[in-house]
Design a protein around this ligand. Structure first.
Ligand SMILES: Nc1ncnc2c1ncn2[C@@H]1O[C@H](COP(=O)(O)OP(=O)(O)O)[C@@H](O)[C@H]1O
Ligand SMILES: [Mg+2]
Length: 301
């Protein structure tokens, strides 16, 4: 069956069974990819740095991370609403660090105890056998950092979703940041998290850690012109040759429904393209965007 034929088929069974057409999304999505000639799906929600669009705020955030690490500023904090691009930026940043010189430990799930945190840092740094007790783990990390620094390497610890750290684990991380030789700190630490991280860091218990934060940046959502460029950028990276085209009204609707947050933009664009595909149209209209926004509202109610 031709692509158009398959789309019409799903449309008619949707009508017969009263299933919303999103119900068939997982079957239609690969079809819209070949229908519009995309080499890959343009609005996937994985944090793939290949798709990175450096808006002003993303550029500034990246510069803060680079500056903090190269100038050995100790603690660096990156804050942003969920879906703003923190993890994507962090992957880009890690890809850009020279592997000849830097070792990185990325902790993605910080809902852990102090001992688990210390263990995951060692595992991330490629240590096959880790100690059992907290004291031994800290000694093992200290030893490892000294060895690596003696070999001319720098070590960067990145903790994503840091708003989930307990105060005890924050304190343990602060103690790690105390490890030093008489010349330099042994560890650069990047804390990334949602806006709750700001409140967490403002707590009295974290006063000492707060004083160590010399580099701090807060990501903003896209402005309307940035969102338009972002959408075009993702379409181009996916191999689009100008199809489909988003009308200005569609873009306007996507902006108001997403408030400029990349993850929501991706979701709305994906659904809107699917809707245009089902109409067998090269144009994503206001009505496609509105339908997607309503659908998303229904899911998040
Ligand atoms: N600057 C950007 N360029 C390209 N894609 C982005 C950008 N910012 C966010 N995204 C996309 O938005 C989605 C959410 O981004 P993510 O990094 O997971 O956000 P966060 O970690 O802040 O919750 C991902 O699909 C990602 O690809
Ligand atoms: Mg994230």
């Amino acid at each position: 069956m031709s692509l158009k034929g398959q789309a019409t088929f799903f449309k008619s069974i949707s009508r017969c069974f009263g299933v919303p057409f999103w119900g068939w999304a997982k079957y239609c999505a690969p079809m819209y990819q070949s229908y519009y000639g995309f080499t890959e799906m343009p609005f996937h929600i994985t944090p793939d740095p290949k798709f990175l669009y450096l808006s002003e705020t993303h550029q500034e955030a990246l510069q803060h991370l680079k500056y903090g690490v190269t100038e050995k500023k100790g603690f660096i904090v990156l804050i942003g609403e969920v879906g703003c691009g923190k993890t994507t930026l962090c992957r880009k940043f890690m890809n850009e660090l020279d592997p000849e010189h830097y070792d990185t430990a990325l902790v993605l799930n910080p809902r852990v105890t102090e001992t688990q945190m210390l263990k995951s840092i060692l595992i991330e740094l490629g240590v096959p056998e880790v100690a059992r007790t907290k004291t031994d783990l800290v000694a093992q990390i200290n030893q490892l950092l000294l060895e690596r620094i003696a070999r001319g390497r720098e070590i960067v610890l990145i903790i994503d979703e840091a708003q989930n750290l307990s105060f005890e684990v924050f304190e343990q991380v602060r103690l790690l940041s105390n490890l030093e030789t008489d010349k330099q700190k042994l560890l650069q630490i990047i804390l990334m998290g949602q806006t709750e991280l700001k409140d967490r860091l403002a707590a009295e218990e974290l006063r000492q850690l707060r004083q160590r934060i010399l580099v701090h940046y807060e990501l903003r959502p896209f402005s309307r012109p940035e969102m338009d460029r972002y959408i075009n950028h993702r379409l181009t990276v996916s191999g689009s040759m100008g199809r489909p085209h988003f009308t200005p009204w569609a873009l306007r609707k996507i902006f108001s429904a997403s408030r400029g947050i990349p993850r929501i933009i991706n979701n709305l664009c994906d659904k809107s393209i699917l809707s245009a595909f089902i109409r067998e149209s090269d144009e994503v209209t206001y009505w496609d965007a509105r339908r997607s926004a309503r659908d998303l509202e229904r899911l998040t109610d």
